[in-house]
Structure formats: structure tokens, C-alpha cells
Design a protein around this ligand. Sequence first.
Ligand code: DX5
Ligand code: ZN
Length: 226
Amino acid sequence: MTVRINPSILSADFANMASDLARIGNADFAHVDVMDNHFVPNLTFGPQMVERIKATSPIPLDVHLMIADQDRWAPGYAELGADSVTLHVEATRDPIAVASSIRAIGARVGLALKPSTPFSTIEEIAHRFDQILVMTVEPGFGGQRFLADQLHKVQQVAAFRAKTGTQFWIQVDGGIDSLTIEAAADAGADTFVAGSAVYGTDNPGFAIENLRKIAREHSHHEEHND
Ligand code: DX5
Ligand code: ZN
């Protein structure tokens, strides 16, 4: 199974974003955490920043929206060049309509669950998305401890995917490092966001390769077996 490593630029140096993007050239996507001080108690990037990052870096952009009223704002991020836009089900009134708008623009669309939101909330609509994001920390900040109790949810999503034959990617975000990535991959995740574990080292490119190697060793091989 293909694994993807998406470094979170929340842990990059905001005053040196272009050079910090150049340091993760071997990443699959750059993960861009958009926060508005309402949905989460932190404030980061908005549309202008996404537009400039897209113009500055060739890495595909994985935009994770942690803002209020995503029905209103989400499609705009796809228009500005996000290759993937992930919505939080807790902040979106009509996720299917928003997903259609984002797809029509040509981007992938993901659906995210906060730690307290069960998979059953989205079970009926999960197949309409390209990615399901299981948050493994409370959204808002980098550098938090991995919530191992979310592994059960990753397993549920993976079991649903296998049972239904859907193709979405299963992303985990929060507290992913060279230890926790093993358990997340074992549980069925294939797309890994890592902020501090990549930018907190002297060599982000090496950290990405190391995480990719560990994830591959622990990833499922169902695609080869059927
Ligand atoms: C948290 C963000 C994460 C964060 C992860 O709300 O969604 O993407 O940057 O950072 P680490 O890997 O340090 O937990
Ligand atoms: Zn994120």
C-alpha cells in the first residue's frame, strides 16, 4: 500500500516559509493548517498565504481547514490552488454539497473528525470523500501528545473501507513521530501528517524518509492480496 508523508508547516518558521518549504521537497504534500481563532483557539494562515505558497513551491498542498462556516470558505481554497481540502464535519452544514463544489474545481476533498466525534457521525457519507482524517490530537496546536485512544477509530475507518471497497485515503494528524506512526499504520492509516517530528529535527528530508520507511514496514498489504 502506498503511504504518504505530509509535513505540517505549522511547525515551520513562518518568517522563512519559502526556505522551509524547500526543505521538504521529498514530501508527498505540504499540510497547511488553516485556523481562525473560532473553531480552534489559534490563528494561522488564510487564503492569501495558501495562494503564495502555491506560487512558491511545487509541492502539492493538503489544506486542513479548522475554521467556522466551512460551507462558505472551503471552495475558495481549492480555487486558490489547494490540491486537497479537508473539511471538519463539526463545522460544515452540508459536507456533500461542499465536497461537490471542491471536486468540480479539481481538488481532492477530505472529511475530518475531532477526537470526540465518532466515525458513526459520517459513516453514511464517508464514501463521498477522497480522504478521511482521524485527528489524533485536539485540533489547534502542534507538538501535542498522540491520543492512542483514537487508534480504534482508525481501525473502524479501515474496516469500513475494506468492507465497502471505497478508495479514500486514511489520514492521521497529531503527535505522529517515529514511534506513534507504527501504531497508526498498523491500525490502517496510510497518510501521515507530522509537524514537530519533521521540522523539529536538523534534517527534515531525512525525517520524512525515516517516517516513510517505518510506515511502509507497518502498512497493510490488502491491495496486493485481492
Ligand atoms: C493540529 C494540526 C496539526 C499539527 C500537527 O491542529 O492539525 O497538523 O500541525 O503537529 P504535530 O505533528 O507536531 O503534532
Ligand atoms: Zn492539521
